[in-house]
Design a protein around this ligand. Structure first.
Ligand SMILES: [Zn+2]
Length: 243
């Protein structure tokens, strides 16, 4: 983790004045996170489910699938996250979403590029989960797009946000059951006909800020596969982990 810390520092050392990107407290040095916040981030590392990326409590020493991945296989192939969606991660994602914090996107994106190294090694193209145009208009920018741009810069893999569009303005997912989330997202994503030639046979790395139940990732992955993608992996900053 020291290595990741240093890499992240390098990427976001341009933040000025030097303050922690999680709590805003002065750091004294141009570090991205203060020591307290850094140590309280719930980083997800192996052992984890090879499909869902959810951490295992014990290490059995072999690649394994979680019971959830076997019982209800996702549409996407693999998901990876930097951290658990806990208090610090929630704060970071909230600021990324509702503030104009492009430097925060740079820091979080750099961490995602590290955690998603395996996925990036096989990815042909990076696609951010799109917002519906109304929400984009209200919020002014798409946080998934901001992260995708940074990950594209870090990895050298092209980002093509026009391979997937959100055609349905969906209700916020908060407070919905798993089944309602799936229903809410039915037909929400499409691949534009003019994009299908570019998408055909490609391994897509889908980027989002948070993975909750996987309903959004599954809906987006389904649309990409229908549009001709060979496979879809998912990389997020934080994911909900049920203990
Ligand atoms: Zn802090």
């Amino acid at each position: 983790m020291r290595l990741v810390h240093r890499a992240a520092e390098g990427a976001i050392s341009i933040v000025y004045p030097p303050s922690c990107i999680a709590c805003g407290n002065a750091t004294g040095t141009p570090h991205a996170f203060c020591a307290a916040c850094w140590s309280s981030i719930g980083f997800i590392e192996r052992p984890f489910c090879e499909r869902l990326g959810t951490p295992f409590a014990v290490d059995l020493g072999v690649p394994l699938l979680s019971p959830a991945a076997i019982a209800d296989p996702p549409v996407f192939e693999r998901a990876r996250a930097v951290a658990r969606y806990d208090e610090v991660a929630r704060k970071l994602v909230h600021r990324l979403k509702y503030g104009d914090r492009l430097e925060l996107a740079r820091g979080l994106g750099a961490l995602m590029a590290r955690s998603g190294g395996e996925l990036l090694a096989t990815a042909d193209v990076i696609v951010p989960v799109p917002l519906h145009r109304w929400r984009l208009w209200r919020r002014r920018y798409n946080q998934a797009m901001a992260l995708a741009k940074v990950i594209s810069d870090e990895s050298g893999i092209a980002c093509d946000p026009f391979l997937l569009v959100r055609v349905k303005g969906t209700r916020p997912q908060v407070g919905l059951t798993r089944a309602q989330r799936g229903e809410n997202l039915q037909g929400a994503f499409k691949t534009p006909p003019e994009a299908r030639a570019r998408l055909k046979g490609k391994r897509v790395l889908l980027i989002d800020d948070v993975l909750t139940t996987g309903a959004t990732s599954n809906a987006a992955a389904r649309a990409l596969l229908r549009g001709g993608a060979a496979a879809v992996d998912v990389l997020v900053f934080a994911r909900v982990v049920q203990d």
